[in-house]
Design a protein. Structure first.
Length: 141
């Protein structure tokens, strides 16, 4: 199947007899298209462009040498963090990925108020003095 974009024919990378195709666009995004037989005896045509956020699909394994305690969890007003290594900084991230707050700690324990946070699930990203990053989770009631 040939796809035309800006009067240029792009040859599909995968083509089958059933009318399904996919091809890579010049910007590196993948386009899939095809035809299926609908239940109403009509053909259904579809097209989709796959867009990724370039997030890693895997991480290297590591030996977690630090131990972090986060309490109380769930919490209403205040969170306490204790670690067996020095915490350089923390980031509080909402479940939808928004950075809520950043703090420099430079200590093995700390606490901070969460009473102004909306109720929900949060990610606490900790960076130690060696640059190791770990994540803990807490619920704000």
């Amino acid at each position: 199947m040939d796809i035309y974009e800006d009067a240029t024919s792009l040859k599909a990378e995968y083509d089958d007899i059933d009318g399904r195709d996919m091809f890579m666009q010049p910007d590196g995004k993948l386009v899939v298209l095809g035809k299926t037989d609908g239940l109403s005896l009509n053909d259904d045509f579809w097209i989709g462009r796959i867009i990724t956020n370039d997030a890693p699909v895997a991480i290297d394994e590591y030996d977690k040498t630090s131990s972090v305690s986060l309490f109380p969890n769930p919490a209403k007003e205040y969170i306490t963090i204790e670690s067996n290594s020095v915490i350089q900084s923390i980031e509080i991230i909402s479940v939808d990925g928004k950075l809520i707050e950043q703090k420099q700690i430079n200590n093995s324990s700390c606490g901070f108020g969460i009473d102004n946070y909306p109720a929900g699930f949060y990610i606490l990203r900790l960076t130690d003095m060696a640059g190791n990053i770990s994540e803990e989770y807490f619920v704000k009631e």
